[in-house]
Design a protein around this ligand. Structure first.
Ligand SMILES: Cc1cc2nc3c(=O)[nH]c(=O)nc-3n(C[C@H](O)[C@H](O)[C@H](O)COP(=O)(O)OP(=O)(O)OC[C@H]3O[C@@H](n4cnc5c(N)ncnc54)[C@H](O)[C@@H]3O)c2cc1C
Length: 648
């Protein structure tokens, strides 16, 4: 249909359907924009104002093999890096499609007015990110997510003015509504100001609700990222793909409320990870000479160095600190850009460094009260991203390429229910490469809209046919659950339970996984799911109540955690972000398959789906080290055997 200014309303009304999009981050906005462009009406739900969606926090950039530097980069190499980075757990057709669309997406954003950094010739500037040797990441300083989100928000606002988009900001998603054929025909949601619960009919529903970092307590995610919508869909019958695959970012600064990311762009621009050879070295880091510094990533892999994939760099830092070799034997290592400044023999002025990294350096200075251009930053890994998420489908045509016109693309196993962005499991396998998430949100959002359009064209039923009793029954069920929570009068504190949950998940299901610890986490989660129903009502306010929705979220987080831990227990191998000490090898013979969790009240059940490896046969990753190599090199040849034998 083109732009909102040229809408032919007669034509629109004839064809118009209503789609609900839950989530106004990059994935949700892209889906909304594309559906509105096709003339359909979108009800857009978001917990927070759309412009405050977590995508706004993305710092470093977005990948696309535009190859402006003439390095021989190509979408195929982008595809290959993504598959290798994901440790061959990603189905290959969607990744090929994502890599092929990436340059066009970057140019689309450029035309929308995203202020990407430019070279002195006026061309788009690209930086390096982890897991590749090419300059492939377009960026807008270190606030790329904000620039992208605002550009898309602007587009969606035009459709809002044209009457095709209706926003519900400050609403909490409570569940999907199914028709008598088990197809999704709407949602229930709660207005978090009035606390009223409503049911809404739609012809199709798209989930675009982001990640679930809050399960692990302090993460780099926004604190609204509980993952509850994914958990709810899972509890309502959607399969949850690769739940055990949770990314831990190597470089973050711990805070009282959350961890703050220090973007990979810092390493992309030349930042180096090191610790003093003597952890108790009292000298200022800038006074420690080269010979007394241990550049551990560069030593372990001289080619990729500090730009090894995230799972590997996090693991290295974790091991160094576990060996008491972190700075002052604490959980911290240096991330150093001081050598980039001219005063230390580097190539750049302060302004030039700020031109590329200001947004992220400001965050460090604000929270640590040290200037990172003068003193190395102190960082530690933190939970960052969920590769796992709602299982979604894709369809290929005769020649093996993605069939973009299929209604199956991005549809979950529930007809009419789609998912896009961080909340789906589609693109990143066992580990996501930096700067591929924004891309997967935008490509995923675009493909989702195309899938929904195909679905709408072929559907015989409609949301309008849904009997009002079906909507009212769903609303009533959610209202009863809420009322029961409001009256809850046990002796448990939901905030304490959340703390216990996050400690269990971080300590037992984090970087360093052992079967015995995972089993004890499973038992703890069962205990927590009993206790969460015995909470004391700590806030009975009927207006903007915070405590009751939080309690509800904790219950959902516990159910989702059972799938995460359950997946880690069943996957008896190590792959990407999932490193299990007692089964440290990747095992393609038995485990080249997605883990698919299905909810049951007694805990998740699992089945498996073979990975589509049609373009690139699985092989060892191209980095010089993997987790086993790191353990052996840093902790000794026999460490793993001893560890597994002791079961510690
Ligand atoms: C600090 C940080 C920096 C990052 N930097 C980069 C980067 O440089 N490059 C890159 O590629 N990736 C980066 N990532 C990852 C990337 O930002 C995210 O994966 C991506 O933005 C997720 O977008 P999304 O649209 O899927 O979800 P989000 O942007 O998280 O949006 C989720 C939406 O769902 C809504 N929602 C959530 N729960 C509910 C609910 N219960 N009811 C109703 N609505 C709900 C929210 O209000 C929001 O509108 C970074 C991540 C972090 C944490």
């Amino acid at each position: 249909m083109g732009s909102p200014e040229n809408v032919n309303y007669v034509e629109v009304m004839a064809a118009q359907r209503t789609v609900i999009v839950v989530g106004g981050g990059l994935a949700g906005l892209m889906t909304t924009m594309k559906l509105a462009e096709a003339g359909h009406k979108v009800k857009l739900f978001s917990l927070v104002p759309v412009k405050r969606s977590h995508s706004v926090c993305a710092q470093g950039g977005i990948n696309g093999a535009v190859n402006l530097r003439g390095e021989g980069d190509s979408p195929y190499l982008h595809f290959e890096d993504t598959i290798t980075g994901g440790d061959f757990l990603n189905h290959q057709p969607p990744v090929m499609r994502m890599a092929e669309r990436a340059p066009a997406i970057i140019y689309l954003l450029d035309r929308m007015g995203v202020p990407f950094n430019r070279t002195s010739e006026g061309l788009l500037s690209f930086r390096r990110f982890g897991g590749t040797l090419k300059h492939r990441t377009a960026y807008a300083g270190a606030t790329t997510g904000q620039q992208l989100l605002y550009a898309l928000d602007e587009q969606v606002r035009r459709w809002e003015v044209a009457g095709l988009v209706e926003k519900y900001e400050g609403w909490d998603f409570l569940g999907i509504v199914k028709d008598s054929n088990e197809a999704c025909r709407g949602i229930t949601a709660q207005d978090l100001r009035t606390m009223q619960i409503h049911a809404f009919a739609a012809d199709a529903v798209v989930m675009a609700t982001g990640g679930c970092g809050l399960i692990f307590g302090k993460s780099t995610n926004s604190i609204i990222n509980s993952g509850s919508p994914v958990s709810i869909c899972y509890q309502q019958g959607v399969r949850y793909g690769n739940p055990e695959m949770v990314q831990i970012h190597p470089t973050a600064i711990p805070g009282e409320d959350k961890c703050r990311l220090i973007s990979e762009s810092v390493r992309g621009e030349g930042g180096r990870v090191w610790v003093p050879r003597d952890p108790m070295d009292e000298r200022l880091p800038t006074s420690i000479p080269e010979k007394d510094r241990w550049y551990v990533c560069e030593e372990l892999d001289p080619k990729y160095g500090n730009l090894l994939s995230r799972d590997i760099v996090s693991f290295i830092i974790y091991c160094v600190c576990r060996m008491d070799k972190g700075i002052k034997k604490r959980q911290q290592v240096y991330l150093d850009i001081t050598q980039l400044h001219q005063s230390r023999g580097g190539p750049y002025t302060r302004d030039q460094i700020n031109d590329k990294l200001e947004g992220v350096l400001e965050i460090y200075e604000k929270f640590m009260r040290e200037d990172p251009i003068d003193l190395p930053m102190r960082i530690y890994p933190a939970v960052h991203y969920t590769m796992g998420g709602l299982w979604v489908d894709y369809e290929t045509n005769g020649d093996g390429a993605w069939d973009v016109d299929s209604h199956r693309n991005q549809m979950t196993n529930i007809s009419g229910l789609y998912a896009a962005g961080e909340c789906d499991y589609q693109y990143h396998g066992a580990n996501r490469l930096g700067a591929n998430a924004l891309l997967s949100c935008l490509v995923g959002g675009e493909i989702t809209a195309q899938g929904v359009l195909a679905y709408l064209q072929g559907m015989s039923a409609s949301g309008a046919d849904l009997p009002s009793s079906a909507l009212e029954d769903s609303r009533h069920q959610r209202q009863s659950e809420y009322d029961a929570l409001c009256k809850s009068n046990g002796d448990e504190n939901p905030y304490r339970l959340h703390q216990e949950l996050s400690e269990t998940m971080w300590n037992n299901c984090g970087i360093w996984r052992v079967q015995k610890d995972l089993l004890s986490a499973k038992a703890k989660l069962d205990e927590l799911s009993r206790r969460i129903h015995k909470c004391k009502l700590v806030d009975d306010s009927g207006w903007s109540n915070q405590a009751v929705p939080f309690t509800r979220n904790v219950a959902h987080m516990i159910e989702q955690s059972k799938a995460i831990v359950g997946g880690a227990i069943v996957r008896d191998e190590s792959r990407g972000a999932h490193f299990k000490m007692d089964t440290p090898n990747r095992d393609d013979e038995h485990w080249l398959k997605s883990t698919l969790a299905t909810y049951s009240p007694t805990g998740p059940t699992f089945d498996f789906e073979k990975i589509d490896t049609r373009y690139l046969a699985p092989r060892a990753r191209k980095y010089a080290v993997n987790q086993i190599g790191i353990v052996k090199k840093l902790m000794g040849e026999n460490f793993l055997e001893g560890f597994a034998a002791a079961g510690s």
